[in-house]
Design a protein around this ligand. Structure first.
Ligand SMILES: C[S@@+](CC[C@H](N)C(=O)[O-])C[C@H]1O[C@@H](n2cnc3c(N)ncnc32)[C@H](O)[C@@H]1O
Length: 384
């Protein structure tokens, strides 16, 4: 067997044994631990083959796994590569064709609903074809520039010959494989944060001395965005998981942010008043637990294992959380409702729900498409 046939056979084995219960990158990690003779290059290629297989979603279920892997590499890679050269040279010769042209050459037709079978559930404003086809490609890595370090960061990227793109004064798009932490040693200069996630911050607009609550803070991506916009907000962060708030603490320390209060809280619990007392906030960021369907370009295995009923489980959790959180908003205060979902049940229908149960009205926002720049697709609205 050649090296390339070995890669293909390992990828087939991994796909046959993977059942979706662990994230694929964890599963691959333990697979490679059990096969320590595989070097870095082997691991990269095998992982890529497995990911390209899952990027095709429901397409080609009747084909042998091997054929689906080869097709995944053919449609997903934009240039000639050693794998196709060795395994299917006639496809390698066509690797530079456009996606449209490549789709004409496939053994079976491929449309958006095969790549993403829940097209009818998409939020208003999402271009279904563009969204689904973007799933074929690995998303980019994005950083948010902090402390006016744009020029210094660009100089380092150029020195390291990284092909970057500056999207705006604080967002840089980078190849996914960029080892950013070795290129920019000072972690205070930037945050790794998806371009669409960065864009949610445009809705915050905090003022000096205001009191804000990041209610599902996790490791603090949105809180850091808020504090960088207005360092003088008084901030409360909470999450149901203590461990993730420990990560937040570490991240805040690195970013030089000291003033904030951290609370472990289950937002579905009736114990919330005991934790928050009579406080009222000028702004609440509710980055709700959700399906994560807007980020499946990074975890394409999710498409093969997702069950549609889960959308409604998330919607019901979001309704419960929203109902408990809104009473803590001051009269005239702003609720920033965010998800990284593309489903209308978690987005548009939640806005309707909030308007039905409260005096809050949507002021601005909606879907933040990521498919035009190889980023996640998110949803963010400002309600007041
Ligand atoms: C989308 S993530 C938040 C991401 C974060 N805002 C950021 O920018 O990095 C949602 C968070 O909600 C938390 N969560 C889930 N269920 C919860 C609940 N019942 N009460 C409070 N937090 C919850 C999860 O632990 C998770 O960290």
């Amino acid at each position: 067997m050649t090296r390339w046939e070995n890669y293909l056979s390992s990828a087939e084995k991994i796909i046959a044994s993977y059942n979706g219960s662990l994230p694929l990158h964890h599963f691959l990690k333990s697979f490679f631990k059990e096969h320590p003779y595989m070097g870095g290059r082997d691991r990269r290629w095998i992982s890529q083959l497995v990911y390209q297989y899952f990027r095709l979603g429901y397409w080609g279920k009747s084909l042998p796994v091997k054929e689906k892997i080869i097709t995944g590499v053919f449609v997903g890679e934009t240039s000639e590569n050693d794998f196709l050269k060795a395994i299917r040279p006639e496809l390698n010769d066509k690797a530079n064709l456009s996606l449209e042209e490549k789709l004409q050459l496939l053994p079976l037709p491929l449309d958006a609903s095969m790549l993403f079978p829940w097209i009818s559930e998409l939020s208003e404003g999402i271009d279904a074809k563009a969204f689904a086809e973007a799933l074929l490609k690995q998303p980019r890595l994005f950083i948010r520039v902090r402390n006016d370090k744009l020029q210094k960061i660009l100089a380092l990227l150029e020195k390291n010959e990284v092909k970057y793109e500056v999207l705006n004064t604080h967002t840089i798009s980078l190849p996914n494989s960029t080892k950013i932490e070795t290129i920019i040693p000072d972690k205070g200069w930037y945050e790794v944060q998806d371009a669409s996630s960065q864009a949610t911050g445009e809705l915050f607009r905090p003022h000096k001395n205001e009191q804000w609550w990041d209610a599902c803070a996790a490791s603090g991506g949105k809180s850091l965005l808020l504090k960088d916009e207005q360092p003088d907000v008084r901030l409360v962060v909470s999450d149901i998981r203590k461990s993730i708030l420990d990560n937040l603490q570490q991240r805040f320390k690195t970013a030089g942010i000291k003033q904030y209060e951290s609370i472990v809280a289950d937002l579905t619990s009736d114990k919330l008043p005991a934790l928050l007392g009579k406080r009222k906030f000028d702004g609440i960021i509710l980055d709700a637990p959700c399906s994560g369907s807007g980020t499946w370009g990074r975890t394409p295995e999710s498409i093969s294992f997702f069950n549609r009923d889960e959308i409604y489980k998330f919607q019901s959790l979001q309704q419960q959380i929203v109902k408990n959180v809104i009473p803590y908003l001051k009269e005239g205060g702003a609720l920033i409702y965010i998800t990284c979902s593309v489903f209308k049940q978690e987005n548009d229908q939640m806005v309707e729900y909030i308007e039905n149960i409260s005096k809050l009205r949507k002021q601005e926002g909606g879907v933040i498409p990521g498919y035009d720049r190889n980023a996640d697709t998110m949803f963010a609205v400002r309600m007041q």
